[in-house]
Design a binder for this molecule. Sequence first.
Ligand SMILES: Cc1cc2nc3c(=O)[nH]c(=O)nc-3n(C[C@H](O)[C@H](O)[C@H](O)COP(=O)(O)O)c2cc1C
Length: 170
Amino acid sequence: MDAILNRRSVREYDTSKKVEYETLLKLCNAAEAAPTARNQRSREYIIIDDANQIEKLSNVSQGARVLKNCNTVIAVIGKNKEEITTPQMQDQDLSCAVENILIEATYLGLGSCYIGIHPLEDRVKACNEILGVAGGAFTFALITIGYPKEQSVFYDKKKFQDDLVHHNRY
Ligand SMILES: Cc1cc2nc3c(=O)[nH]c(=O)nc-3n(C[C@H](O)[C@H](O)[C@H](O)COP(=O)(O)O)c2cc1C
């Protein structure tokens, strides 16, 4: 629960430190532990630590500019919809994977930030081109990963209000 409550979007990283590849694989493993509709396993991942690639990705949207402050990114990729059983639920599969990466990163003392790509077509197209994603697969989201410049993670008490919760009926 601590990792869930303390997770915050981190946008400034200590780029003198690199996250080990093994750790990044752990994050992808956490992502794949998330559920998928009818167990369709509709996701793949790209670990990106090439500065040139990250620079290109930082220009795909205003929100992606945060990539200029990091040295590692995980792209969450959706498999070709024609190759899965329940394509109408694929976005939910992918979102569950993203959240698991964010939480596991917090648990491991790393910072992360969700950069929205899908369903904005211009962003998806730009990311696909940069990352060589083809054959009907698509870039769903980018996640910055790294050691936070400042230990800014904290539990934001304002996030949860009792009146968000309804009992038996809305
Ligand atoms: C679908 C989605 C897209 C997001 N896209 C971006 C983005 O492009 N750039 C960014 O800096 N943060 C992005 N965020 C992070 C949100 O801005 C952040 O979660 C929100 O401000 C709440 O802050 P917190 O994550 O620290 O709780 C995105 C979050 C979600 C869920």
